[in-house]
Every structure is written in structure tokens, then in C-alpha cells.
Ligand binder design. Structure first.
Ligand code: BES
Ligand code: ZN
Ligand code: ZN
Length: 506
């Protein structure tokens, strides 16, 4: 999908459809809001009649499509729900409109910016939300589809006379927004790729390709190298698969002299069967998404390099396939990790923390980053606690935590912070090794993951994002996730962390 900002009027008749937003009506709003009078004119008064007849009420996910009597395409109105208007609502509405216009012969869409601005949402925020929402919402993973229905091909944020003078500044904002979005879509493509294709070595190839495109240094440690490096966690988890583990490191040198180094570490389990602690077969297929954290790391590096963010960014992908087999690791194994700490494995299905132990241990030893942010589909508990729209996280630094909360809220990838306490730290102590990878009974799963990982982050400020909920959109609950998260991998974390990197570099 092509997305652009133009001076053109959305209602000029040069689009297959114009789209305007409308807030939910209250009882006293008997006549059509004045901002839509142009749209009404073009429908020959049909829009005002639809409003008066309560066909149009401005409810969320209410898309009204009317044909223009002059034959120049359609006028569409999308509900924005109740006041106050928020950028995220616009992002959702744009995504939803694009999805609903699919397969109806609409190839080009002009969003009328003036009909989305106001009520505390600036023209820049609205333009970003429209463009981002349309591109994120219109995404489909089509690599393995032989044919598809006609999707919207071109979206224009139409400034018209109201916002024409802001063209230059809005174009600049949109260029940045589209890099964030394209990087998220790149991550979706990676994470949606099935595990028979997307092996750890395949992810390494993708990293090399990205590095080549953007002039990033990429280092891939294979199983032989990992053995020399004492990365017993990655080797243990990957032991049951014929596709050996990889530790992948990408370096973006940083655009400013401010000198901050941020490490971004992702869980890259290309398939998580649970291993010897085998998962039930129902729904097991979803564990192809267990590499979403590592895929987000690639997307973040792509965006960081394209936008030349201030900080130096080190991307780390801890990749392995977790399968049962003759050489698989087993419950009660003790594995020695890169930083010398030993893990007692009591459940081979708590494998993410075991590979991250090596990924984190390596990056803090080698680069001494100021900050470490890890992204992992770590626990079902994260999904139980906060659902699919919000990711729980833990952090040992208040400034880092608040900056991440703000970035998440700004891009529509919300986070919620949970605590790290000494009681939980005590719970992961092992009887036979330094730490154990599960705690019985299964309580406080997200925190337990957090205090476990804390053993491997050295002196860095650190945040651990458990993205098991929002990393992918599930069919059964699709109607409750934002429309900009269509079915499958969402790329969650890419826009959030890139926003953060842009903001700290300022
Ligand atoms: N990859 C799973 C977590 C997961 C669950 C991600 C649902 C996405 C959706 C992880 O490796 C896992 O199996 N975690 C266990 C941890 C437990 C054994 C401590 C879990 O959540 O049950
Ligand atoms: Zn698992
Ligand atoms: Zn897993």
C-alpha cells in the first residue's frame, strides 16, 4: 500500500472514496455536524438524512458509505466514538475503514485530515494516526496466497485548503511515521513465516541481509561458537532440533555523540513445542510466533538505521527451536550460561528465559550498554494478566520505565509496569544451581520471568517486556484487538522501542 500526504482535497472526486471522521452524537445533536457539510453536499443531502435518520451515529466501527450522485466515487464516514478524541482512536478508525473498503472496488482512498483534527488531537498526530492506521490495518501476510481480493492500493492524507499550508511539516512527520510502520510490517512478515522456513539460520540470513542493506555490522554465532562461548542455555534449548541455535548480533553505531548505548534483546524461539515438557497439541501451532521478540529486534534495527536515531543500538536475537528429541534437554538438567551462572531446568517449556540468559549475558559483557530492553513472548501468564492489548513489563530503572510507558502510549502499543521484589527474587533460587527456570506453584508468572532474567543483566538499566499477549492477534478475539492489529503477528514493540530511541536521542 502506498501512503502519502497531499494538498489535494479528499472530496475532489479523484479518489474512489473519501473518508471523514465523526464523533459520536449526543441526544442534542439532531443535525449533521457542520464539519461534514461538504461531504453532505457531495451526497446530495443523503448524509444529512442518514444522520437525521440515526443511520450515522458516530459509533466506533460504524462505516457509512454513500455514492456520489455526480458519479465521482464514494463518500465514507467513519465513527470516532465518544469524546475525548484520541490519536489511537483515529489509528483504529483508519485501520478499520481500510479493512472494510477491501474487496469493494476501492483502490484509492483520501482521508480528509480536517475531519479528524481537533478536540486536543493536533494535525500532526491525526496525520500520523491516519497513515499509520491505514498501513498497519491494511496489512495481510500474502506470501503463501495464490490469489487475493482487491485491497486498497493507495492512501492519501488529504490536507485540502484547511491544512494545505502545513504540507512540508506534515510530510516530514509522515515520512518518519511510515518508517516506523514499514519496520513493524517487516517484523510481521518475519514473525508470520512458518517454522519449517523460519529456522534460526534463516533468521540469521535475514539479519545479514538487513545489515547489508543498512551498513550494519552483523555477527552470527553458530553452535560451535556458542559452545566455545559457554552459551549453554541456547545449546540446551536448541539441542532437540536439527536446526541448530544461533545468537545473532547487529550493531547500529548511533547518530549522535551523546554516547548512550541501548541493547535490544529478543527471544527467538522459531517453534516452541515445549520440548520434553511437551505442550498440549491444541493451539500448539501458535508457537510459531514465539520468535516475535527476535523479529521485533530486526524491525527496530531497520527503523533505527533508517531514521538514524541518536543512541548506539545493539540488537541481539537469541534463536533456537524447542523440540523434544533424543538430544533434547530435560527437566532436572543444569546448564551453565555465558555469564557463568547455572540454571536448573525444571520445565523445558520455560525455555525463553534460558536462551535470553545467554543473549543478555553476552551483550552486557561485550558492550556494557547503558540500557537493556528485552522483548519476549515469555509467559502465558502475561496474556492471562493483561490480555492481548497491553504488555506487562518490569524494570529496574524508573526513568527508563516512564519513558517506555510514554512511548508505548504514543504509538498505541501500551505497557503496564509490574514490580520486582525480593520475595520473587527468592522464589527463583535453586536447590542445586544458581537459579531455577520455574517456580511451583505457578504464581506471578511475569514477575518470576523478570527476576530470573535480572540475574543476567549486569549493571545496566533494564526493562523486560513480556509480549506474549499482543505479539500476535488471534482469530477468536480479533474483534477486541485494535483494527491496526490484523490477524497474525503484530510487530508489537517495533514502533514502541523506535519511538523511545527517537525520543532519548533528542
Ligand atoms: N512461549 C511460551 C509462552 C507463551 C504462551 C507465548 C502463550 C505466547 C502465548 C513460553 O515459552 C512458555 O511456554 N511459558 C510457560 C512458562 C512456564 C512453564 C513457567 C507458560 O507460560 O506456561
Ligand atoms: Zn515454552
Ligand atoms: Zn516460548
Amino acid at each position: 500500500m502506498k501512503v502519502a500526504v497531499e494538498r489535494r482535497e479528499a472530496t475532489s472526486g479523484s479518489f474512489d472514496a473519501s473518508v471523514s471522521g465523526v464523533l459520536e452524537r449526543s441526544e442534542k445533536d439532531v443535525t449533521l455536524p457542520r464539519q461534514l457539510s461538504r461531504e453532505d453536499q457531495l451526497t446530495g443531502g443523503a448524509l444529512a438524512r442518514a444522520w437525521e435518520g440515526r443511520e450515522v451515529r458516530g459509533h466506533p466501527k460504524e462505516l457509512t458509505v454513500l455514492f456520489r450522485p455526480d458519479g465521482k466515487g464514494r463518500v465514507a464516514v467513519i465513527g470516532l466514538g465518544r469524546r475525548p478524541l484520541r490519536a489511537d482512536t483515529i489509528r483504529e478508525a483508519a485501520a478499520y475503514a481500510i479493512q472494510k473498503l477491501k474487496g469493494r472496488g476501492v483502490r484509492t482512498v483520501g482521508f480528509r485530515l480536517a475531519a479528524f483534527v481537533g478536540e486536543g488531537v493536533t494535525s500532526e498526530e491525526a496525520a500520523r494516526a491516519i497513515a499509520g492506521g491505514a498501513a498497519l490495518g491494511g496489512y495481510e501476510f500474502l506470501r503463501y496466497k495464490s490469489s487475493t481480493e482487491g485491497a486498497v492500493e493507495e492512501v492519501v492524507v488529504a490536507l485540502g485548503e484547511e491544512h494545505g499550508r502545513e504540507e512540508a511539516s506534515l510530510r516530514k512527520a509522515l515520512d518518519q511515521e511510515l518508517v516506523l510502520v514499514e519496520s513493524a510490517l517487516f517484523t510481521r512478515d518475519l514473525a508470520n513465516t512458518p517454522p519449517n522456513v523460519a529456522t534460526p539460520e534463516w533468521l540469521a540470513e535475514e539479519a545479514r541481509r538487513l545489515g547489508h542493506e543498512h551498513g550494519l555490522k552483523v555477527t552470527v554465532f553458530d553452535e560451535k561458537k556458542l559452545a566455545e562461548m559457554n552459551c549453554g542455555g541456547l545449546l540446551a534449548v536448541g539441542g532437540g532440533s536439527v536446526h541448530p541455535p544461533r545468537l545473532i548480533v547487529l550493531e547500529y553505531p548511533g547518530g549522535s555523540r551523546s554516547g548512550k548505548t541501548v541493547a535490544v534483546v529478543g527471544k527467538g524461539i522459531t517453534f516452541d513445542s515445549g520440548g520434553i515438557s511437551l505442550k498440549p497439541s491444541a493451539g500448539m501451532w501458535e508457537m510459531k510466533f514465539d520468535k516475535a521478540g527476535a523479529c521485533a529486534v530486526l524491525g527496530i534495527l531497520k527503523a533505527a538505521a533508517t531514521l538514524k536515531v541518536g543512541p548506539r543500538v545493539i540488537g541481539v536475537m537469541a534463536c533456537a527451536e524447542n523440540l523434544p528429541g533424543g538430544s533434547a534437554y530435560r527437566p532436572s538438567d543444569v546448564v551453565r550460561t555465558h555469564n557463568g551462572k547455572n540454571i536448573e531446568v525444571l520445565d523445558t517449556d520455560a525455555e525463553g528465559r534460558v536462551v535470553l540468559a545467554d543473549g543478555l549475558g553476552y551483550v552486557v559483557e561485550k558492550y556494557h550498554p547503558d540500557e537493556v530492553i528485552d522483548l519476549a513472548t515469555l509467559t502465558g501468564a502475561a496474556l492471562i494478566a493483561l490480555g492481548e492489548n497491553i504488555a506487562p513489563f518490569v524494570a529496574n530503572s524508573d526513568p527508563l520505565a516512564s519513558a517506555l510507558l510514554a512511548a508505548g502510549a504514543a504509538v498505541g502499543e501500551p505497557l503496564w509496569r509490574l514490580p520486582l521484589t525480593d520475595v520473587h527474587r527468592d522464589m527463583v533460587k535453586s536447590d542445586v544451581a544458581d537459579v531455577r527456570n520455574i517456580v511451583e506453584p505457578r504464581i506471578a508468572g511475569v514477575l518470576i520471568g523478570g527476576v530470573f532474567l535480572e540475574n543476567f543483566i549486569g549493571e545496566s538499566a533494564w526493562a523486560h517486556l513480556d509480549i506474549a499477549g499482543p505479539a500476535y492477534a488471534r482469530k477468536a478475539t480479533l474483534k477486541w484487538v485494535p483494527a491496526y492489529h490484523p490477524l497474525g503477528a503484530t510487530g508489537f514493540g517495533v514502533r514502541l522501542i523506535t519511538r523511545y530511541l527517537l525520543d532519548v536521542g533528542r
